[in-house]
Design a protein around this ligand. Structure first.
Ligand code: F0G
Length: 466
């Protein structure tokens, strides 16, 4: 029996919910059911006041021992780091063995970005194919602790699929609100299979988010969008898993996509807590990349303004991040500024090409994830990231999350939705710079060999010298 249980648990005695607005700073019990500060409406953080009772060496040792355990809470790449989480040792955890996502060296993507090396942290390898699972295991566990009957979220598809799966595990009723016709079929298929009530809304994600916050005023309904601080708690453990996998060597840069900005907030919180605990002695520079047509956070970062201006009609084919009014921008801004990161946006063409390049490393991802590699390429070009820097791009979703996009790109049939009157359909076409269309061949050996020869001619194997 591995001795994994003897560490001091943080929770719930040593954990609080705290309003992040410095002018307010109100504190609440950990099991009070708020999503935002009831006083000022600010976002809430979970503060862990006893997390420092165990020293960094002991934490490292226990977390490593747990890798060899078969207990469900040790197998989970989230609950393995439970000393960082605001839950009692006997919490009724709802888990699908989430986390445990791989790090990949990506030489083709590195060359494309102008880097010596690039590491991909592939959170698309989670049980439902996106990073959302790392936050859903904690949020749905908290729903069970609070005795909720129904769990709900608004979603561009991945949060929905993840919640639907975890709600099924917990035997909770689940309702998800998605913008009708604006999410990928693959994600919709997941939610249907997992048995959620799928409510397709006439409107966009931001409309869905607004309605769902009204709905969550009802006491039997528990909201698990990333405005819920328990989502962020689970997602922040990815910072611990990443550092653990790297032998606690801190990368120079970590780059994430930005939509509703929960993920960047969670990485920021995770790295900061690891530093406060003495597990690392510096913070990686955390940068966030958005799609040009849905980039209110990038616009804020590049301006003198101190308040985010929402975008009314966000547009991007990376539907996961088609968001105009990101809920967690204040937390994300804090994380970027604290670590001296950057926020930028990239075009639809850059996203599509970066995605195809990631594929050539044998990894693959959904479009939103590819903003990272496109963004890193820009940050190397403008000198913010040096060519020898140690860089981690976080891939957030699996390639099979949006197969229509991939198939259209590879057949030169991918078009943006920008319907400005002066734009022809041709103007909206995304060039298949690295496309790899299927070829139709006769069922003969000669035809197949000829097909192979042609493929080799048209797609020279070595992309390292891009
Ligand atoms: N990448 C993927 C694949 C996503 O699904 C999302 C968000 C993001 C990046 C952005 O993360 O919102 O934390 O900044 N998807 C949400 C959803 C909005 O409903 O599935 P964020």
């Amino acid at each position: 029996m591995i001795e994994t249980e003897k560490l001091q648990s943080v929770a719930p005695e040593g954990a609080w919910q705290v309003c992040i607005d410095p002018a307010c700073g109100a504190r609440f019990e950990i099991n009070e059911r708020f999503y935002v500060c009831p006083g000022c409406g600010g976002l809430l953080d979970v503060a862990l006041e006893s997390a420092t009772d165990t020293g960094p060496d002991r934490l490292r040792e226990v977390w490593t021992k747990r890798l060899a355990s078969f207990e469900p809470n040790d197998r989970s790449g989230v609950w393995r780091y439970r000393e960082l989480l605001p839950f009692a040792a006997d919490a009724p955890i709802v888990t699908l063995a989430e986390g445990n996502t791989p790090l990949y060296a990506a030489p083709v993507a590195a060359a494309y970005c102008g880097l010596e090396a690039l590491t991909l942290k592939h959170q698309g390898c989670n049980p439902t194919g996106s990073f959302k699972d790392t936050g859903m295991t904690t949020a749905v566990t908290q729903a069970v602790i609070l005795g909720a009957r129904t769990v709900v979220c608004a979603s561009t598809g991945n949060t929905a699929a993840s919640l639907a799966a975890y709600a099924a595990r917990a035997k909770l009723q689940c309702a998800i609100l998605v913008p009708r016709g604006q999410i990928s079929h693959n994600k919709l298929a997941q939610s249907l299979d997992y048995g959620a009530a799928v409510l397709e809304l006439d409107g966009n994600f931001d409309d869905a988010m607004r309605v769902i916050r009204e709905l969550a005023e009802d006491a039997s309904i528990y909201l698990v969008n990333s405005i819920n601080p328990f989502r962020i708690e689970g997602q922040k453990t990815v910072a611990a898993e990443l550092l653990h996998q790297r032998g606690w060597r801190v990368p120079d840069h970590v780059v994430v996509p930005g939509g509703n900005l929960g993920n960047s907030s969670a990485f920021g919180k995770g790295f900061k807590e690891l530093k406060d605990l003495g597990l690392i002695d510096s913070l990686p520079q955390l940068s966030v990349v958005q799609a040009e047509g849905a980039a209110p956070f990038s616009a804020l970062f590049g301006s003198e303004a101190d308040v985010l201006t929402p975008i009314e009609h966000p547009q991007t084919l990376a539907t996961a991040i088609k968001i105009g009014a990101p809920v967690s921008w204040k937390k994300a801004l804090r994380a970027v500024l604290e670590s001296d990161g950057r926020v930028l946006s990239v075009s639809e063409q850059e996203i599509a090409d970066a995605k195809a390049i990631i594929g050539r490393d044998g990894v693959g991802c959904e479009p939103a994830s590819a903003t990272t590699v496109a963004g890193i390429r820009r940050l190397v070009a403008n000198g913010f990231i040096g060519p020898n820097a140690d860089v981690v791009a976080v891939l957030t979703g699996h390639i099979l999350k949006d197969t229509d996009y991939a198939i259209n790109y590879h057949q030169d049939k991918l078009f943006t939705h920008d319907r400005a009157p002066d734009k022809t359909k041709e103007d909206r076409r995304i060039a298949g710079t690295y496309s790899n269309p299927p070829a139709r061949v006769k069922a003969t050996k000669a035809a197949i060999l000829e097909g192979l020869r042609r493929h080799e001619q048209e797609h020279p194997g070595d992309l390292l010298h891009l």
